[in-house]
Design a binder for this molecule. Structure first.
Ligand code: NIG
Ligand code: FE
Length: 454
């Protein structure tokens, strides 16, 4: 079969795409990873017996109409394509040039949209100010809320576009993104509206989350019953409007001692379920706050941060891991680094105890101003003691499960959405080795080349 080779795959015309010439293809087939299986990337490598990356049995990936149709040795893949009657002339070819191919990365926790920056807090924290102390003094999240309420949809869109483009450059093809810097119904709806537009424009796919309970807004803080009154506002006013708008898929809460209690978080998340939003939460980021326990009790898709879970919280996640729908522990090590914390989330222990682990950037203006998910992969290896394969599973198949896309995204498996990245790396171990480097060479979203470098 003759293959039409297009330089860099840029001018892709037809519905087909064939990626060949790779030293390794990490497929991540086999579903959600937990325990020992998190260390299995289900990789196919071009060894001497396959004739190296340019050999006839080097690993290849084929997509048709936006979906993966075949993965395996090149000769088997091409045989499969002809058996299925797919016209070779209609396949654009991407030459991986001895690089490595993975599923498109998924960032399962971002606060993509906000206005303004908070560089001044860095110096405050260097001088010993605590994160919640800055928030209590009206800074932190609340200063971003003031700026975000004043921002137009166009300004928020331009900001989102700028950072989404950078995420794409790091090999990210899908993100979860939260509202939460409005804290009033009008701005929360505006944030979700802009997330909807950005996701429709693509190429990065966006899973929108409503985070009205991110903090208690300034106008409620002087009242003795302020937190309670705001919780009632989120449940009684915001959630019905969010459901009517129909953009958000998840409801999130900042469940933390001094912010929203586990009991308040439960009420908000249960109301979210009644409004069609699946629960996820910021759990035990700074102190044990009952967040992990609540996530397990509600069957949340994901419990995020977990830098300080209680012993009971850990046990609850371990119990949930044995159920058909385990809670994914979404860890955010860039946040612990940025908050200058000595203690990280117990990533190693969670995996060793069978809890599925995902990793995200937590991209936000206060605690993690980084769009670089591969950097987070390195941090997970360096600080959480994950292996490179475990970390990669955490930003592909497990991240897909953490955002409710576990059956369609996150793996190079026939039938799944054809999102993939060609890396300037000969194996998956090389990815976390380079710290903060730009290694993504070609990015494919839904079977189309959306970025090609070099
Ligand atoms: O995940 N903890 C709450 N939310 C963000 C930080 C938001 C902010 O500081 O602006 C987080 O760390
Ligand atoms: Fe967050």
């Amino acid at each position: 079969m003759t293959l039409r080779v297009l330089p860099g795959g840029r001018d892709q015309g037809g519905p087909g795409l064939l990626v060949r010439g790779a030293a390794e293809v990490v497929t991540m087939t086999g579903g959600l990873r937990r325990g020992a299986s998190q260390d299995d990337p289900a990789a196919i490598t071009a060894d001497a017996s396959s004739g190296g990356p340019t050999g006839p049995r080097a690993p290849a990936v084929a997509a048709w109409g936006g979906r993966i149709v075949a993965v395996g040795p090149l000769d088997e893949v091409t045989a499969r394509l002809s058996a299925e009657g797919l016209d070779a002339e209609r396949f654009a070819v991407v030459d991986a040039r001895g690089g490595m191919v993975t599923p498109g990365l998924i960032d399962p926790h971002t606060h993509l949209l906000f206005a303004g920056t908070r560089e001044g807090e860095l110096r405050l924290r260097q001088r010993g100010a605590g994160y919640l102390e800055i928030l209590a003094a009206g800074g932190g999240i609340l200063s971003t809320v003031t700026r975000t309420r004043a921002a137009s949809a166009e300004q928020l869109h331009a900001h989102g576009r700028r950072w989404l483009d950078e995420m794409l450059g790091h090999g990210v093809t899908t993100i979860e993104a939260k509202s939460g810097y409005g804290l009033d119904v009008e701005t929360e709806l505006r944030l979700l509206e802009v997330l909807g537009v950005l996701g429709d424009e693509g190429p990065v796919e966006i899973v929108p989350t409503f985070l009205g309970a991110h903090a208690v807004p300034a106008e409620y803080r002087d009242r003795p019953d302020g937190t309670e009154a705001y919780v009632r506002r989120v449940i009684g006013e915001q959630l019905p409007a969010i459901e009517l708008q129909g953009i958000a898929r998840f409801c999130d809460v900042f469940c933390e001692r001094g912010v929203f209690s586990a009991e308040q978080s439960r009420r908000i998340l249960e109301a979210g379920i009644r409004h069609g939003l699946a629960p996820r939460l910021h759990a035990d980021e700074l102190a044990p706050s009952g967040g992990a326990e609540l996530a397990a009790e509600l069957g949340a898709v994901s419990a995020d941060h977990l830098a300080a879970p209680s012993r009971e919280g850990m046990a609850a996640l371990v119990r949930a891991a044995g159920s058909p729908h385990p809670v994914v522990a979404t860890l955010l090590p860039a946040t612990s680094l940025y908050l200058m914390k000595e203690r990280d989330a117990p990533g190693r222990t969670l995996i060793d105890r069978g809890v599925p682990v995902a990793l995200g950037t937590d991209f936000n203006p206060g605690t993690s101003p980084t769009p670089n998910l591969p950097l987070v992969l390195s941090l997970a290896c360096l600080r959480l003691k994950l292996t490179p394969a475990e970390a990669l599973a955490a930003v592909t198949i497990n991240a897909a499960h953490a955002v409710g896309l576990g059956e369609t995204h996150g793996a190079l498996e026939p039938g799944r959405v054809a999102d993939l990245v060609v890396w300037d790396a000969s194996s998956h171990e090389v990815l976390p080795y380079w710290l903060g480097a730009d290694l993504a060479r070609v990015v494919v979203k839904g079977g189309a080349v959306v970025l090609a470098r070099g």
